[in-house]
Design a protein around this ligand. Structure first.
Ligand code: SF4
Ligand code: SF4
Length: 356
């Protein structure tokens, strides 16, 4: 197929052919059901292993872009010290990313493209092909993707699939996407009727997806400007267990620690990085034992400000994608939507009281 229009269709009966042929091109990763309503991005070879209807996976696709543990440098000591930079990467395609997860990857791209550029991340990113899959309805009650403008597709993918019953309509966004169409050879031209069906589905979706807490997105930064001394943070102080789960599962959290490991001969060693979390006590510790955020209230507050306030100034976007993972995973039952609601209630109460 040549000269692609930007939309094509894939009939459901060809879906398995498409997936098998895609998995022959290079490693293919997709959401797989793990039982108890849990899902994970894992390697697949056939469509039957893919969960097309799934709630966000426990760990986001961040695990492929920014592995939990990653070697950065290897060194050897002989007559001279020889150090070599290491970039670990693997070519792969990720199929089935929801719009919230695509937004998460866009956030990481922005962070790691800042100077000094993170070549490890950027090299890996360039080897990964992304295929999105639209949510026609909410995954569950924890999602708040509409609030943060992540419920509809807005780029960041090579191909984007929308399920329209008997077939998928597919948006072709990049040359890599076009190449996939050519190689897999399972797609057909789209007609005006197909596009109309897509618009009808999106209309329906617009009625289902509405702000998950009663505030307009553009007022969220103001809400945070008013909430630094809120009592809500105090309440989280008493509940949070400081386990760091909420940050590990967040698609936009990217903090890491750098460690050295020297073998027993002391002649050879590696420098590697591992995920770290602002929710863990040692994270903000500096020499002299001083800690900028000793209390859990300060650490929780920091997490929320890193999602809803600080990135607005720096990147003009929220660093929360509304995926709901932090709420789903929190052992203390701390809910992102509930926290935002409480901040809003408290802030409105205060404003209201001023008029009395
Ligand atoms: S997952 Fe919950 S308990 Fe653990 S650090 Fe995050 S908010 Fe605290
Ligand atoms: S803060 Fe929570 S809801 Fe927002 S992107 Fe991170 S894990 Fe998802």
């Amino acid at each position: 197929m040549q000269h692609h229009t930007s939309y094509v269709i894939l009939k459901k009966e060809r879906f398995d052919d498409f997936i098998s042929s895609l998995s022959r091109m290079q490693k293919l990763v997709a959401p797989v059901a793990k039982g108890f309503n849990n899902y994970s991005f894992e390697e697949v070879h056939s469509a039957k292993n893919i969960a097309l209807k799934y709630i966000p996976t426990i760990l986001p696709a961040k695990k492929f872009f920014m592995p939990q543990r990653e070697t950065l440098l290897e060194y050897r000591v002989s007559k001279h010290v020889k150090a070599e930079a290491v970039v670990e990467y693997e070519k792969m395609t990720i199929f089935g990313l929801h719009t919230c997860d695509l937004a998460g990857i866009q956030c990481l791209n922005m962070v790691f493209s800042e100077r000094p550029k993170d070549y490890n991340y950027l090299t890996r990113k360039n080897k990964i092909t992304l295929i999105g899959l639209e949510c026609n309805e909410y995954c569950d009650e924890y999602a708040s993707c509409h609030l943060v403008n992540a419920s509809f597709p807005s780029g960041g993918y090579d191909l984007f699939f929308t399920d329209l019953g008997d077939y998928f309509i597919v948006h072709v966004n990049t040359l890599t996407g076009e190449r996939i169409l050519d190689i897999t050879n399972c797609f057909e031209k789209s007609s005006e009727a197909n596009l109309n069906e897509l618009y009808r589905m999106r209309e329906k979706k617009r009625k289902i997806f509405s702000n998950e807490i009663p505030i307009k997105s553009r007022h969220i930064p103001e809400l945070f400007d008013r909430s630094f001394r809120s009592l809500v943070w105090k309440e989280l102080d008493e509940r949070c267990l400081a386990c760091g789960n909420c940050t590990n599962v967040c698609p936009t959290c990217y903090c890491f620690d750098i460690k050295e490991e020297v073998d027993l001969s002391l002649m050879h060693g590696i420098r590697y990085r591992v995920w770290d979390s602002c929710q863990l006590e040692p994270f903000a510790k500096i020499s002299g034992g001083i800690n900028f955020r000793k209390e859990r209230s300060a650490r929780q507050r920091h997490r929320y400000y890193r999602k809803f306030r600080y990135p607005i100034d720096k990147f003009s976007r929220f660093f929360c994608t509304g995926c709901g993972r932090c709420t789903r995973t929190c052992m203390a039952g701390i809910s992102l939507k509930e926290t935002l609601n409480e901040l809003l209630k408290e802030s409105e109460d205060r404003l209201w009281r001023r008029w009395l």
